[in-house]
Design a protein around this ligand. Structure first.
Ligand code: ZN
Ligand code: ZN
Length: 425
């Protein structure tokens, strides 16, 4: 007997539990290659009936045949009608994908837990040689959807998973997100990187936020995502930046890499160069988006893990005019130095209180004007530049303030460059 499939035991179980032909055939799914479970079940029951007839045992073994046909799916003691609902379930799936741009799909089904556990018992009784009901439904619904829509079934990362809930006759269409990588620059020192829900109303909209639900009217995220969301008909977006600068810092140079995720997009073929232009026209110089390109989801994690040196341009102010020579010497002494930075007081409410060593690659004095000066600083990722200048009450040491023996603070901080060409390991 092939692989332990006991056909006689299957027909006996079929009678005992009033199984429809589909559920009967599914118990022997390893035999009869190319047959549907229903055809397999019908053949099995008919053969068994004929064998009984030939042996003149019809009275002793009244298998379904002739005037006593096998139960219909609606009468089935296992699937409770599901085997007969494939057409209507497939129609639900087709309705759900209508108007959505897809190439590939996969069907998943949710089935009543009681049916699944009863099926498990039956399969176990026969040595588990059958096919699960869910896999039959997925396959049969899937092939009807493919035939009617021209979409291609695909197991690995399909454009959408059509989850058919057979308990309530509903469909949850899970469309794979789109991921777009680019770089942004930000000349406007008043906008945050990401959307920031209003503190007072938590995003619902109130008087404080003029009904916008946001602390700031615009963000890099909202300006970049706006045209893309609209073009893709997406439900929402998520902005993954490679780190972030402070709201009041500009992001200059070649910009900062980001990946924008568009969730539940109804359109997948976007004209990225045209949309990039649209973003930049609408943002009117406050921010720019550049080099938009399609990437895989895995880029988000890669981006989060990438760290590199950054170069900053910094305007500082001291409590009184400081001699150029002292500033120059202070800057020279910090270049190449590893400074110890205890978590700054301004962020200590959300970061662990630790002392972190950070390397200052270079510090150049660009100009001095009385009590103000302009510096260019290149430092290891995660260096607190404001505290490197001010000393943060001794929590960062050495610091520029400590070395020039004067109070110094950062007035303007811009990111000039991310040294991605030589990422730190
Ligand atoms: Zn059935
Ligand atoms: Zn509000």
């Amino acid at each position: 007997m092939r692989a332990g499939v006991d056909l006689k035991a299957i027909t006996e179980l079929a009678e005992q539990h009033s199984l429809c032909p589909g559920c009967t055939g599914r118990l022997a799914a390893r035999l009869g290659h190319g047959l549907s479970n229903r055809a397999r079940g019908e053949a099995l029951l008919a053969t068994r009936a004929m064998l009984a007839e030939a042996a003149d045992e019809t009275g002793a073994a009244p298998f379904f045949h002739g005037g006593a046909p096998a139960p219909t799916p609606d009468e089935c003691g296992l699937c409770a009608g599901l085997c007969g609902e494939v057409e209507s379930l497939a129609q639900l799936a087709l309705d759900a994908v209508g108007g959505v741009e897809l190439k590939t799909f996969q069907v998943g089904t949710l089935v009543d837990a009681e049916i699944l556990s009863r099926e498990k018992e039956l399969q176990a009784e026969l040595g588990n040689h059958g096919e699960p009901l869910k896999s039959q439904l997925n396959r049969e619904i899937g092939s009807r959807v493919a035939d009617a829509s021209g979409l291609e079934p695909q197991r690995d990362s399909p454009d959408a998973v059509i989850v058919v809930d057979t308990r309530y006759d509903t469909v949850d269409l899970q469309i794979r997100s789109l991921f777009i990588e680019g770089r942004y620059t930000k000349a406007d020192r008043t906008i945050p990187q990401t959307r920031w829900p209003c503190r007072h109303c938590r995003g619902r909209g109130c008087e404080q936020c003029d009904g916008s639900g946001q602390m700031y009217p615009d963000s890099v995220q909202s300006l970049v995502a706006g045209p893309l969301l609209a073009a893709a008909g997406a439900a929402e977006d998520k902005f993954h930046g490679m780190g972030r600068e402070d709201i009041d810092a500009a992001m200059l140079g070649t910009g900062r890499p980001f990946v924008l995720e568009l969730r539940q997009p109804k359109v997948r073929s976007l004209d990225l160069p045209a949309l990039e232009k649209e973003i930049n026209t609408a943002a009117d110089g406050h921010i720019t988006a550049n080099d938009l390109t399609w990437v895989a989801r895995s880029r988000v994690a890669e981006l989060k893990e990438t760290v590199c040196d950054k170069t900053y341009r910094v305007d500082i102010r001291c409590d009184s005019p400081v001699e150029i020579e002292r500033l120059k010497k202070g800057a020279q002494r910090l270049a190449g130095e590893v400074v110890e930075q205890r978590t700054p007081t301004r962020v200590s409410h959300r970061r662990a209180d630790l002392v972190r060593p950070r390397r200052v690659e270079s510090m150049k004095l660009l100009s001095v004007d009385g009590a103000t000066a302009e510096l260019e600083i290149r430092a290891q990722h995660g260096t607190y530049i404001r505290e490197l200048v001010s000393g943060d009450g001794g929590r960062t040491s050495p610091s520029l303030a400590e070395l020039v023996e004067a109070e110094c603070r950062v007035e303007v901080l811009d990111v000039l460059h991310l040294h991605l060409e030589e990422p730190e390991t």
